[in-house]
Design a protein around this ligand. Sequence first.
Ligand code: HEM
Length: 141
Amino acid sequence: MLSKKEKDLIKEIWERLTPVAAEIGADALLRMFASYPGTKTYFSHVDISPNSSHLLSHGKKIVLAIAEGAQDISQLTVTLAPLQTLHAYQLRVDPRNFKLLSHSMLVSLACYLGDEFTPVAHAAMDKYLSAFAAVLAEKYR
Ligand code: HEM
């Protein structure tokens, strides 16, 4: 689905974003919470207000997981196996929510990267994040 060139581009973008993982991840989470308030229910046990330490640390974890997956996209089902289990069986996150975070992440990237987020990069990233969300939703079937 993703060409070699697209996979390389995705990998490169996430490697570059690793130093600002907390910032990007927190931004994507806040967008998700604002656009789809129902997603906040999963975080009722923690403080996820803007700039809170949990928001930043959780945002960082999310981005690092996405960046790790990008290292070898052909192995996504293997890399994400622990996260699949966590979200499906422990957290019981409704699988429809994965698409919501993926989309919020795409918007955060567009805002952060500006002109560098070319139409080619945008399309490739959309495909990658969709694949990522689909893999996370797989365990529910
Ligand atoms: C935990 C990644 C989508 C709810 C986590 C963790 C990671 C992660 C890396 C931490 C695991 C650990 O500490 O071992 C992702 C990625 C997602 C995604 C990459 C999609 C692209 C979602 C969605 C929701 C959600 C859509 C709910 C709307 C949670 C919750 C936790 C968690 C509640 C535990 C948080 C805590 O108690 O600190 N996720 N996640 N995740 N995730 Fe996700």
